[in-house]
Design a protein around this ligand. Sequence first.
Ligand SMILES: O=c1[nH]cnc2c1ncn2[C@@H]1O[C@H](CO)[C@@H](O)[C@H]1O
Ligand SMILES: [Zn+2]
Length: 390
Amino acid sequence: MTLSDKYTDALPHSPAHPLPEDLVRQAPKVLLHDHLDGGLRPRTVVELAQEAGYDALPTTVPAALGEWFRDAADSGSLERYLETFAHTCAVMQTAPALFRIAAECAEDLAADGVVYAEVRFAPEQHLAAGLTLDEVVDAVNAGFREGERRAAAAGRRILVSTLLCAMRHADRALEIAELAVAHRDRGVAGFDIAGGEIGNPASRHAAAFDHLRSEGARVTVHAGEAVGMESIREAVLRCGAHRIGHGVRITDDIEIAADGSVRLGRLASYVRDMRIALEVCPTSNLQTGAATSYPGHPIDLLRRLGFRVCLNTDNRLVSGTTMTQEFQHLATAFGYGPAELEEFTVNAAKAAFLPFDERTALVDEVIRPGYARLRSRSLGHVPVRDAAAA
Ligand SMILES: O=c1[nH]cnc2c1ncn2[C@@H]1O[C@H](CO)[C@@H](O)[C@H]1O
Ligand SMILES: [Zn+2]
């Protein structure tokens, strides 16, 4: 029995009334953890590969390619999951390709009901055809602006900010930190570090984190995914992370006694006390082995304990998912309804790397009214169980 099984056994669930998928899709959602190079449309990968003369794709049939990514990434290991990104990065080496991918990303997120997104990528992985780091960032940001315009024309408002990733195994983190600071008034909201966690401690990039701290820049760190508490401790206490990507292994620092009483260790307390958001990505966690099943996923335990948890996709192509699907998995596993979706959304908005007044406006003017509308509509919805009994 896992820790979260034990804890959830001790608490009653809200009744399982599955929400119709279109209601979940229309609900306003905030997405803080989504990789640009993990979320391409399969057809776009195929078309750009043809244009670039890249002939190493496992298949050129878009639907089969989508399945290939999901299956290949379903390996139980973060390292193997990350190997699949060679195919997407291969077709992301020119300004027009980056522009197209970013524009389509914004359109796809808007169609999924996302109203605010922070989308990340590693500029250093897009230099193979001669672009500079600045040109890569400019092309992606121009693509997001185009995608926002197209979404608005289709009646959907979305705002997309960029996060720049350094890679744990590489040695360009300071340069990327400087790039994030240089572009912070031009679409870049913060910095992240991604890549293989085992054997690549974030603290090796102390100079980058020192620079970010001295500039007052916003920082999130992938941690507590393949490595446990030690990695989260470093991210928070040495790297100054304001949010943690994944962070699910914080449960190693939470003890639940037989009588149901809960004791948080010093690190788990710090994360909860300081409202450090955990950017949780359930499907990705199942693929990389960071969690074993949706019902066994610690997201529900962490939510109930009052951690600032938000729900994310990580990689829509590689994990074969959307925000709507991530929520539906949790609705099935934990009996979640609109209240929990709203809670995750407000948590994400509070943790967004936006100015305070914009976060407040997002909550008060977009999210709260959106869920009030959703509640009034879902009252008319007959839950599946009741419908069967009628
Ligand atoms: O869940 C993850 N953990 C660690 N690194 C990741 C994850 N998903 C994607 N990337 C890495 O981040 C890079 C920049 O977007 C991707 O190329 C991939 O290598
Ligand atoms: Zn990630």
